[in-house]
Ligand binder design. Structure first.
Ligand SMILES: [Zn+2]
Length: 246
């Protein structure tokens, strides 16, 4: 579930101060291929940051059977990392079950100078029969936002995504195609969302909501290896399709 956009602007302002420390504590780069200065050399592997939503006391949504969003998206994140080939360097924003602030998540992707950010979530509904897959890209700023003076330094967080928006929409299209092919009759929507994890990403970024945990069959499937692997494979293929075009 996306609950990233409810933070006060005041709390955002604190994040840049904490960035360096947070980056050191939470980023978990692969040992191999990391340039000493943290900057990707030319023609190096593509850098992908996978962001499993929630963590720690924030369980995300819960299925009727107790399945927790933070667990299923973490399992999917690890499976996706496993499906990415040698042409990629993959980082997870969180590598265990702990709390991670929303802004820290996009900050990690920004600091890694990643090529893509894929945030993983599951959804929920009051109606058990409802199940929906959605790929969110950042929403364009409202006209009144555009008129606002810049936020306090160093970053105007909610505008970092804007130069990458069309690439993010393109990425969403590639993922939708592969996910729908892998899931059979499951439709995958593409929609804009003012999600902070996307808005603060200075790189192409999408948030995938992989069905509703309140849908009993979906909750069951999300804990099953075959389903997790099929989803991960489809996302990996969608990423490869995107890079073939970009
Ligand atoms: Zn969520």
């Amino acid at each position: 579930m996306i609950n990233e956009n409810r933070r006060s602007k005041k709390s955002w302002l604190l994040i840049p101060v904490l960035l360096s420390a947070v980056f050191m504590m939470t980023a978990a780069p692969d040992a191999a291929g990391q340039a000493a200065d943290g900057v990707s050399p030319k023609n190096s592997r593509r850098r992908i940051v996978i962001d499993p939503g929630h963590g720690g006391h924030d369980s995300g949504v819960k299925g009727a059977d107790g399945t927790m969003e933070k667990q299923v998206v973490f399992a999917l994140a690890e499976a996706l990392k496993g499906q990415m080939g040698p042409g990629y360097q993959v980082f997870l924003t969180r590598t265990g079950d702990y709390k991670l602030d929303i802004r820290e998540r996009s900050s990690i992707a920004n600091h890694h100078k990643a090529d893509l950010l894929i945030s993983l979530h599951a959804g929920a509904s009051l109606r058990r029969a409802l199940n929906r897959w959605t790929i969110y890209h950042s929403a364009a700023p409202r006209s009144d936002e555009e008129a606002l003076p810049p936020q306090a330094p160093p970053f105007d967080w909610h505008r970092l995504q804007q130069p990458h928006l069309s690439a993010s929409v393109d990425l969403a299209g590639c993922l939708k195609k592969r996910l729908e092919a892998a899931m059979g009759d499951q439709e995958v929507d593409i929609a804009p969302a003012p999600a902070a994890v996307l808005q603060g990403a200075d790189l192409p970024a999408v948030l995938i909501e992989t069905g509703y945990l309140t849908h009993p069959a979906t909750a069951r499937a999300m804990t099953q290896d075959a389903h997790i692997l099929r989803t991960a494979r489809a996302i990996a293929d969608g990423i490869a399709d995107y890079f073939e075009k970009n």
